[in-house]
Each structure stands twice: as C-alpha cells, then as structure tokens.
Design a protein around this ligand. Structure first.
Ligand SMILES: Cc1ncc(COP(=O)(O)O)c(C=O)c1O
Length: 399
C-alpha cells in the first residue's frame, strides 16, 4: 500500500545523537556508517594539505570552486559508467549539503511532495523537513531495490512528487543494489512521467562482486540529479561532495550554495584534488573494496554461524550495511538496550522509517565498515547471546 504523510519538524537524528556518545571501551559498534579508522589516509592527507599550504596564502583565502577537483570527479564518474563535463558539476560540503540544496531547489513552493521508500536515509528526511513536503512512500522491496511498480501505482493518486529519492547501489539502510532490469524500469518511469530523481550514490564506488553496477545517471542525463561524496572513499571530515545536474540547474544551485557558505569549503577541495594528483582514484577504491569485502564476508559468515535460524538477511553487494529482520526482535529499540549492556550496538530499523504503514520494529541495521573482522565475529556472537537471553527471559516470564 502506498500512503502519504507530512514530513515532521526537524530534530537531530538518532544517528547524530549516537555520534555524540563517548566511545565505551568495551562496546563494539555496528551502528554508525563510519569508514574504518585505520583506512583513513591521515599521512597522505597531511602531505596533500602541506603541499596546498605551500602554494601560498590563497589556500586560506575565499576562493572559487576548485577546477582541478572537478576534473578528478569527471574521471571518477567514468568509474560509475557516467560521461559528464565539469560545467555540469557543483562541489558541495558533503553529500548532506547536496541533499539540502536539492531540497531547497525543488521544495521551496510549500505544496510540494517527495517520493521515498518506506525505509530511507534519515538525512534526506532532515534535509527536506524545513519545507514540510507531503511524503509519498513506496513499500520496500529487498529483492530488487526501488519498487517501480508500486511507484507507478502511487502516481495514480494524483500527487506528483517534486523528486524521487533513490539509492541504486548499496542502499542505506537496506543494503540492496538495484538490478539492471529494475534500473532501466526506474529511468523509464521517471522520464515517461517527467519526474526528477535525486540519486544518492555515496556508496556506489564500494562494490564487492565481480560485476560493478553503474549509476542510474549513466542511463539518463536529463532527469537524474546525481549526488557523490568523498566521505566514504577518502575522509568524511573533509566534507567534500558534489552534485552532477543538468547544466541549466547549476547556476541556481550555485547561488543557493553561495547563500549558505559562499561556495566554500575550497581548502578541503584543494586538499582532495592534491591527494588525487598523487594517488590513483581507481587504486584507492580497489584497496577499500578489498578491505570492506572481507568485513562484509566476515559479517555474513558470523550471521550464518550464530543467528542462521533466528534472523533473515541478504548479503549486500555494495555499501556498508546489512538489513536484518526477525520476529524474535520484539521491539528492536528495546533489544538495543540489552545489546548495549552486552557490549554491542546497532541501529533499530525504526530510525529509518519514512511513513506510517511500517515501523520496522522487527528490523535492525548492522554496519560492517567500522570493525576489524575479529570484532565483527565477537559482535554477532554478543547479538546472538542478547537475542537468546531475551527469548529465555520472555519464556520464563510466561511460565
Ligand atoms: C545515504 C547517505 N547519503 C548521504 C550521506 C552524507 O554523506 P556526507 O558525509 O558526504 O555528507 C550519508 C552518510 O552516511 C549517507 O549514508
């Protein structure tokens, strides 16, 4: 069933609040989508930053968006199957600002609507909440990703969304990657109905199977607003991302960004550009994929070993997350308290809910990027222990 709600007033997300919590020495976190700390290239970024500073004080001055970085992004988009030009790019302060800018562009007329899946990245809801759009939700399909048929059905109600939000590869939180057929169906649906698609591809460069899935944007230039980021492939603290948009929208988006932060952060842009002048983009991605593939496999194997009969999951082919469902969770938010007491954390499915139909209390999101493989094994063992202890507790209360 498709349904509509209004976006709520913004408040900081459960994920952001989790970031605020001091690290508990004994706790293994499977909660946040952070890159592995040991894979953040501190020495190389220091070298790049030093080189930029040695170029003179202009490094610390107001400046225009960095051209050299745009040329690296054009090359990087080639790895996503996309041909593009520098003048179709807007550099942003991370993908999160890209979402905020597109929300501002598309939703400033207050009668707007957006179309999202029932489980959605909460940052999208925060970015759109100031405009209180109607939210048209599409049921989750874990087998093939965005459910185009359900979206077609939703349109028949007469509400035309200002944009559809889609993650074709390494969905957060569902872990699913759209197959080729579904990807073609989605682009066909968008073009036939003249609908903009905001394609959030922050995990698109981290894929773990032999065949690499291309971006939706590679199939359609006019309707897709593509969002990319260096957060997951280089360092989130640098806050560098981009929008690849139809060229005619770039001046408006640039003006909106100027209103927010005068088109900065140019220093970080120069550091990223300098880093990729020296280090190969493809090499960096291959290195990360090798490490994250091992962690993904370790989590899958640990789930098989410890929880095979209690929970359901699909092994993700990209991104940072497993979406795990079980009727035995009861309310996963309550389970989280027990899990933390047993030394493991995760994000309850409810944190990602977009509509009213489903509350996902029977689901949790597990992150595998942050922990070394041994810790992943231990974390899943603790989760299994928590689940069994809860079952035992419920049974003894009934007796
Ligand atoms: C789906 C998704 N989009 C956007 C972002 C924000 O990325 P950035 O750090 O580039 O702002 C995240 C961060 O985790 C994310 O998971």
């Amino acid at each position: 069933m498709t349904q509509f709600t209004r976006a709520k007033r913004p408040e900081s997300s459960a994920l952001q609040r989790a970031l605020d919590r001091p690290d508990d020495a004994g706790l293994i976190s499977l909660a946040l989508g952070k890159p592995a700390p040991e894979l953040l290239p501190a020495a190389e970024v220091q070298e790049a930053a030093q080189a930029v500073l040695l170029e003179g004080p202009s490094a610390l001055q107001y400046g225009i968006p960095n051209k050299s970085l745009k040329s690296h992004i054009v090359q990087l988009m080639g790895l996503r199957g996309v041909e593009c030009r520098e003048d179709q790019l807007l550099l942003t302060t991370g993908a999160q600002q890209a979402l905020a800018l597109l929300a501002q562009l598309f939703l400033s007329d207050r009668s707007s609507a957006i179309m999202v899946e029932e489980a959605v990245y909460p940052g999208l809801m925060l970015a759109t909440a100031p405009y209180s759009p109607a939210v048209v939700t599409v049921p989750v399909d874990l087998s093939k990703g965005f459910d185009v048929e359900a979206a077609e059905y939703a349109l028949q109600t007469g509400i035309k969304p200002a944009f559809i939000y889609a993650m074709a590869v390494g969905h957060n939180p569902l872990g699913v990657t759209m197959n080729t057929e579904n990807r073609l169906a989605m682009v066909d649906f968008a073009t036939r109905n003249s609908l903009h698609v905001v394609e959030d591809d922050v995990y698109g460069l981290l894929q773990y199977e032999q065949r690499s899935e291309v971006a939706l944007r590679s199939l359609c230039e006019n309707w897709i607003f593509y969002i990319g980021s260096f957060s997951k492939i280089l360092a989130p603290a640098l806050r560098v991302g981009w929008i690849l948009a139809p060229e005619q929208f770039i001046p408006a988006l640039s003006a909106l960004k100027e209103g927010l932060d005068l088109n900065t952060v140019t220093f970080a842009q120069r550091v990223v550009a300098r880093y990729f002048d020296i280090h190969s983009i493809a090499g960096r991605i291959e290195y990360l994929e090798r490490h994250y593939r091992r962690r993904r496999d370790a989590m899958h194997d640990a789930l098989e070993r410890h929880l095979k009969h209690e929970v359901r999951w699909c092994k993700p082919s990209a991104g940072f997350y497993f979406w795990v469902e079980s009727d035995r969770f009861g309310d996963a938010s309550e389970l989280l308290e027990d899990a933390i007491a047993n030394g493991v954390s995760f994000v309850p499915g409810r944190a990602f809910r977009a509509g009213k139909d489903k509350d996902f209390s029977n689901a949790i999101r597990l992150n595998f990027s942050q922990c070394p493989t041994e810790s992943i094994e231990e974390a899943i063992a603790r989760l299994a222990f928590t689940l069994r202890a809860k079952k035992h507790c419920v049974a003894s209360q009934r007796a």
